[in-house]
Write a protein that binds this ligand. Structure first.
Ligand code: PMP
Length: 360
């Protein structure tokens, strides 16, 4: 029996997608071989590759002057690739330091060139975000980098800074495709697939063409967005299994009302958990500023570490996995990505309510 999987990533995938993969894995539609055994330059793979790109354009309303790229190395490689490509001499990379993931992006950018932190959430232990309107890039800014959803801290930007001519760069690893984004407000978006889009192994980069073509020439080929854009992400062998699975996840999402549809569902799922937290303030607590609560990663604490341990083990006995908070912060975390059904969130909310009533 499948469990409700609340892991933060890799994380739950639509069961329909897993079943289809199982069905097709050894023989793709009577072709006599698997999709992951064929050349990445064969027509068989090419149709999946190009349809996946088209589905991104369609589902996220990506304007034509943006390229969708599939790159290896995780979102972590993008922490370095972004400054390598966009941080030109005489300019400064600007960052909002909103938590652990933004912090890692900052550290990597510092190895490439000058960095300015426009806002740092340290004082609040990274439980809140600045007012978007208060953020103004400097005249020498190469770009402004934000993390749309901090997977560990459980905070999520609701509105983004307006950066004018300065490209806004976003790490959307943990909330891409979970809500509507106005793509034209961003110069570059990146996201590891293993939360909302598919298995680990591919990172999706959405980049405005003028930024892609401006990649410096003194970088190894794989590190230049220009090469990936010109070669349609086929400069080298792409992560074919991950792209193949993503194709299925995107079709699954489209059939369920696309991003607009899932956004409403995601709000209901998160709302169910936050409402139990708010109704039981003596038992559950959320460290996060209410204005920026994440709809993807709900973090919460119980009155003691001992109760947290009991909570996690009872949850597991009840078929709910992956609720332990990140090792850096402790506590509990429920990740409610697109493939988590409403019933899963409701089952957790009911379990939390019962647990509080019994132990509180
Ligand atoms: N950014 C965010 C917001 C993340 O949640 C993660 C992974 N959990 C990463 C970056 C790093 O991603 P990867 O492991 O794909 O390098």
């Amino acid at each position: 029996m499948r469990k409700y999987n609340f892991y933060a990533g890799p994380s739950t995938l639509p069961v329909e997608v897993l079943e289809e993969l199982k069905e097709e894995i050894a023989d793709y539609y009577g072709q006599g071989l698997s999709m992951i055994e064929t050349s990445h330059r064969s027509p068989m793979y090419d149709s999946v590759h190009s349809e996946t790109i088209e589905l991104f354009h369609e589902l996220m309303s990506i304007p034509k002057n943006y390229k969708v790229l599939f790159i290896g190395g995780g979102a972590t490689l993008q922490f370095g690739m972004v400054p390598m490509n966009l941080l030109k001499s005489g300019t400064t990379a600007e960052y909002i330091k909103s938590g652990s993931w933004a912090g890692k992006a900052v550290n990597d950018a510092r190895t490439i060139g000058p960095v300015r932190i426009l806002w740092d959430g340290k004082e609040s232990s990274y439980t809140t975000l600045p007012d978007a309107a208060s953020i103004r890039p400097g005249n020498d800014a190469a770009y402004l980098h934000v993390t749309s959803n901090e997977t560990i801290g459980g905070i999520q930007w609701k509105e983004f800074p307006k950066t004018g001519e300065v490209p806004l760069v976003a790490d959307m690893s943990s909330d891409i495709l979970s809500r509507v984004f106005a793509i034209r407000d961003f110069g570059l978006i990146y996201a590891g697939a293993q939360k909302n889009i598919g298995p680990a192994g591919v990172t999706v980069v959405i980049i405005r063409e003028d930024l892609a073509v401006a990649s410096p020439e003194n970088l190894p080929a794989y590190l230049r967005y220009k090469i990936h854009a010109e070669k349609n992400s086929l400069y080298n062998t792409p992560p074919v299994f991950a792209v193949y699975a993503m194709h299925k996840v995107l079709k699954w999402l489209k059939a369920r009302g696309g991003v607009q549809g899932i956004e409403k569902l995601n709000a209901r799922k998160a709302g169910a958990i936050y409402s139990v937290i708010d109704k039981n303030p003596e038992f559950y607590s959320s460290p996060v500023d209410k204005k920026v609560r994440s709809n993807m990663n709900v973090v919460f604490r119980l009155p003691s570490e001992d109760l947290e341990k009991q909570f996690l083990s009872h949850a597991q006995e009840n078929g709910m996995l992956g609720l332990k908070g990140h090792r850096d912060v402790g506590g509990c975390r429920a990740s409610l990505y697109n493939a988590m059904p409403l019933e899963g969130a409701q089952a957790l909310a009911n379990f939390m309510q019962t647990f509080a009533a019994e132990k509180g």
